[in-house]
Design a protein around this ligand. Structure first.
Ligand code: ADP
Length: 553
């Protein structure tokens, strides 16, 4: 909404798909630059692998994955070796095209030789992943969990998780994968968009039954069976925090490139959809992260053949309205600038009278059937707004009123308690030690030089080595150049993007390589990396100190 005209800045910008505006200089945007790219299947798998290399036990909630086509032979070799060492292992794999969604192009295989590399979907880069064969079942059906997570800030890191989520059910009873049932999508894939087409799909008015339910209803059932649901929740929270810790280094690189420090720009926040599977042993496993989760609170119903109507979906409403409402409460610009209360509140509420007027005007000239349909839409929209808690009844929609400065307090009091719970920094003590790659990214960003870029040039890499004093008689500057060229060429040949130079993941690889070399005597990779980070940070701090002294002199 632009209540005061397009030229005046807004408090909150709500983008549909991704961060794309580069002429916003203030306020808050509901998307982070680069989030879409960062959570794509391949990028997510790479980020998870980096963390698995450093902390294998902490990151065992993400299935082992390989990137196609470049890691096909690695995949074939590793599977062969694992089968040789354990002949009773009869794995299944799931192949997922990069950038795909709603189950598009996904298929299961029993053997690496079954990978299809030709055909329009198959020629797309993809991830092949170990298939989780032992999901927890409910009513004999496989289901997954969609949880909503608010990344409120990147620096400092602030994460909130919604207390309730959705459970999306398959529509055919689950059986362990065999060659005969591998292709049965209604048995193996939990996507709503696929299962809705099954004759067995159940739309329910209750949030506890049907093919889409609240996650809390599942927890209730588990609790009645004696399951320690608090433990399940804390494992899920830990999965979410660890996943975001894996994503932040890349996000920070995009952020500094789109919104350079020191220049006016907006701050960002984003609602993410986490797809999680519980195994039979109640271990949560991450399937994927969605940068643009659906916020629909209605679903299509076929009234008669070919005639569809949108009808309310109580379960979606129950979960999603609370997520949007609380996101707005948490990023509330008024909290930040109480002094500007009048102006901000104006922005909030001016939406309603215009919405109502135009919707009512639209309804006036409609025929009966049309009217019914649109009334339903209108009532859904209004219900959504009302549930957001900004006004309690239609009559109470205020005009731009003089009394507004007092309103926020009473509104806040009238709202239900927050469904979004802060988990970071709340639990930062337990997870802080995992943020090593973040510190590597900080070094990377420091040497990027030109604002607006996401890749490090050869001079930047040399300066990093020199300033941190990493070159010596065993590691000459010529060897530094070779390391840069080797790693950069390999990453760029994977065709991730066209800009030349060293991307963050390539820098991380080079950094790990330097750490292994310099700290051979330490047994674990994370110890080697952490020692090198400290070494570099100390060198740079000393250099900075010297420069300050020179400056004063
Ligand atoms: P999409 O973005 O196309 O929905 P997902 O990664 O979410 O792709 O996978 C689609 C569905 O496939 C999931 O909802 C889940 O039911 C199933 N699935 C995905 N990965 C695995 C896995 N590793 N093990 C078991 N089931 C999986």
């Amino acid at each position: 909404q632009f209540p005061l005209g397009r030229r005046l800045p807004c408090d909150i910008y709500w983008h549909g798909v991704s961060f794309h505006d580069n002429n916003i200089f203030s306020g808050q945007v509901n998307k982070f630059p680069g989030m879409m790219e960062t959570v794509r299947k391949i990028t997510l798998s790479r980020a998870m692998r980096t963390m698995q290399d450093l902390f294998p036990l902490e990151y065992n909630f993400y299935p082992r994955s390989w990137i196609l086509p470049e890691e096909l032979s690695l995949f074939v070799d590793e599977v062969r070796t694992m089968k040789d060492s354990n002949p009773s292992w009869k794995p299944t794999f799931i192949v997922k095209p990069d950038g795909g969604c709603q189950g598009d192009g996904i298929y299961l295989i029993k053997d690496p030789s079954d990978i299809r590399l030709t055909g329009s979907i198959q020629s797309r880069p993809a991830v092949v992943q170990e298939y989780i064969c032992n999901p927890l079942l409910m009513d004999k059906l496989k289901f997954d969990i969609r949880l909503y997570v608010l990344l409120k800030s990147l620096e400092p890191l602030e994460i909130y998780i919604a207390k309730d989520g959705l459970s999306r059910f398959c529509t055919e009873p689950y059986q362990e994968p065999t060659l005969k049932n591998l292709h049965q999508v209604f048995m193996h894939l939990t996507n709503y968009s696929l299962n809705i087409h099954s004759g067995n799909f159940i739309h329910s008015d209750s949030v506890n039954t049907g093919s889409k339910r609240t996650f809390s209803s599942i927890l209730c059932r588990l609790s009645s069976r004696g399951v320690d649901v608090k433990k399940v929740w804390s494992d899920i929270i830990s999965l979410v925090i660890k996943t975001i810790i894996a994503l932040t280094p890349e996000l920070k690189v995009y952020y500094q490139s789109d919104i350079p420090a020191g220049k006016p720009g907006p701050t960002c926040f984003q609602i993410l959809g986490f797809d999680i599977l519980l195994t039979k042993t109640l271990k949560p496993m991450l399937l994927e992260v969605n940068a643009n989760p659906s916020m629909r609170i209605e679903h299509e119903q076929e009234l008669s053949p070919g005639v569809f109507e949108n009808v309310p979906s109580p379960v979606d409403e129950e979960v999603k309205v609370a997520v949007i409402r609380d996101t707005l409460r948490l990023v509330d610009p008024q909290k930040k600038k109480r002094k500007d209360i009048h102006l901000s509140f104006h922005t909030y509420l001016l939406i309603f009278p215009t919405q109502l007027q135009s919707l009512h005007a639209g309804l006036a000239g409609m025929k009966d059937k049309q009217h019914k349909h649109h009334s339903l839409k209108l009532s859904l929209k209004l219900k959504f707004y009302l549930k957001l808690g900004s006004c309690q009844s239609l009559q109470q929609v205020p005009e731009a009123s003089k009394e507004l400065p007092d309103a926020p307090k009473s509104l806040e009091a009238a709202l239900p308690s927050l469904c979004l719970k802060q988990v970071f920094p709340k639990y930062s003590k337990q997870f802080g030690y995992l943020r090593l790659v973040d510190r590597v990214a900080a070094l990377f960003i420091r040497f990027l030089g030109v604002k607006g870029t996401t890749k490090l040039g050869p001079t930047g890499f040399r300066t990093f080595i020199r300033n941190c004093k990493l070159s010596n008689s065993n590691f000459s500057m010529a060897a530094v150049d070779i390391l840069y060229i080797d790693i950069t060429r390999r990453w760029n040949s994977m065709g991730i993007d066209k800009e030349s130079g060293m991307c963050l993941q390539a820098f991380v690889e080079a950094f790990f390589c330097l750490a292994r070399k310099k700290y051979k005597s330490l047994p674990q990779l994370h110890e080697q990396v952490s020692s090198l980070i400290e070494f570099c940070e100390n060198r740079l701090a000393a250099l900075h100190g010297k420069r300050l002294v020179w400056g004063c002199g």
